[in-house]
Design a protein around this ligand. Structure first.
Ligand SMILES: *Cc1c(COP(=O)(O)O)cnc(C)c1O
Length: 374
């Protein structure tokens, strides 16, 4: 076989203002370039312990079982479902966008019996409908919903939803992939049971890691399972032997050493900024972008009460070619924005102001580029 004559890959420099990944600060990339060490090296084990403490701060929780899954946000979703749902368990799944639909798919494949609560794309999950679903299905064991629906830009009331679940003795599985560090997410105060996130959205790290956290109630449910967790890789009982206590760490899989350096640095940066300041920065920059959009005549899809500051979805103006405009932004301005998904495909654009991308320079650049393209 002839050897391929292919040079090294040099990516273009983009400004990432889509639904993720978001702009990664050089400081995080530098951290990832540090020397690879063994994943059971005592120095690495120390780093893992710091990582857990940093993640507890990000999630605002004291949960002992808080760690990054060695795979993207979708794996965090699957970990929550496969560990907390047994075949035959009734699960109320809220679907108001793409990611609720994926939770539903996970529940089905795990053998759960889903009860779907549908809401319009762009609307939050309706707590009244969820209450009705529980009243009609008081034996439901889990409620699954997305806190920040990235496909639409809508925020749901995670605290109220979890409270309904607990009233019926059910656990709350919460998708916080886009919410973590971008809007308040109070895992303990809101009594959320199984929460997963992603490294590449408001934490501004590279993609491929999924921070997760589990409450004592979730662990009790796990311990009471009658059937083994169907996934070997995502079985929390096994992962715990690795991420559990530092003294007795045993091999489960080889942790992605350098990506974890990156996540550690991203979390150090979050702690330096202060999480409340991070929320405030996202909120403030959203207002700046919104004001600029108003000047351009762009209309938001989501009502202002439920709008995510980190994910701004607007209708594409009449007469503008969706794909051609986005291609121009990418090729001429090195600016990536998000297309519409599912029901909103071809109708909207999604502008991410996540993590390091949530900066004044980016907003100015985005608005001026957009003005030329429109
Ligand atoms: C991005 C995202 C995911 C999936 O994360 P990946 O890292 O792409 O697997 C899940 N849920 C929501 C709400 C997301 O925005």
């Amino acid at each position: 076989m002839q050897k391929p004559n292919i040079p090294s890959f040099i990516p273009p420099r983009r400004t990432l203002m889509g639904p993720g990944p978001s702009d990664v600060p050089q400081r995080i990339l530098d951290a990832m370039a540090r020397p690879t060490i063994g994943h059971l090296d005592p120095a690495f084990v120390d780093m893992m312990e710091q990582m857990k403490a940093l993640l507890r701060y990000a999630f605002q929780t004291e949960n002992a079982l808080t760690m990054p899954v060695s795979a993207p946000g979708s794996a965090g979703m699957e970990m929550c479902v496969v560990n907390l749902v047994e075949p035959g368990d009734k699960v109320i799944v809220c679907r108001n966008g793409v990611f609720g639909g994926r939770m539903l798919e996970n529940v089905k494949r795990t053998g759960g019996v889903p009860v779907v609560v549908d809401d319009a794309w762009g609307a939050p999950v309706d707590t009244v409908k969820v209450e009705e679903a529980f009243a009609a299905n008081p034996d439901a064991r889990v409620l699954a919903f997305v806190h920040a629906e990235t496909s639409t830009g809508a925020r749901s009331d995670a605290q109220a939803l979890a409270a309904i679940a607990h009233k019926y003795g059910a656990l709350a599985i919460v998708d916080a992939v886009t919410s973590l560090a971008g809007i308040p997410l109070m895992v303990d105060e809101w009594e959320l049971d199984a929460v997963y996130s992603g490294s590449q959205k408001c934490l501004s790290c590279t993609p491929g890691l999924s921070p997760v956290t589990f409450s004592e109630r979730a662990i009790a449910r796990l311990k009471a399972r009658k059937t083994p967790v169907q996934s070997w890789f995502l079985d929390l009982n096994l992962v715990l032997g690795y991420w559990g206590s530092a003294g007795r760490r045993t091999y489960h899989h080889t942790a992605p050493v350098n990506p974890l350096y990156g996540l550690h640095e991203a979390l150090v940066m979050l702690a330096e900024e202060g999480i409340e300041n991070s929320w405030a920065r996202h909120a403030h920059n959203h207002e700046m972008l919104r004001d600029g959009f108003e000047v351009l005549g762009l209309k938001f899809v989501v009502d202002q009460h439920y709008r995510l500051p980190q994910l701004n979805t607007v209708y594409i103006p009449a007469g503008v070619d969706d794909a051609a405009a986005r291609t121009r932004l990418l090729n001429e301005f090195n600016l990536e924005i998000g297309a519409g998904l599912g029901d909103l495909a071809g109708k909207v654009w999604r502008f991410g102001l996540m993590g390091h991308a949530s900066r004044t320079e980016n907003i100015d650049y985005c608005l001026s580029s957009l003005k030329q393209v429109l």
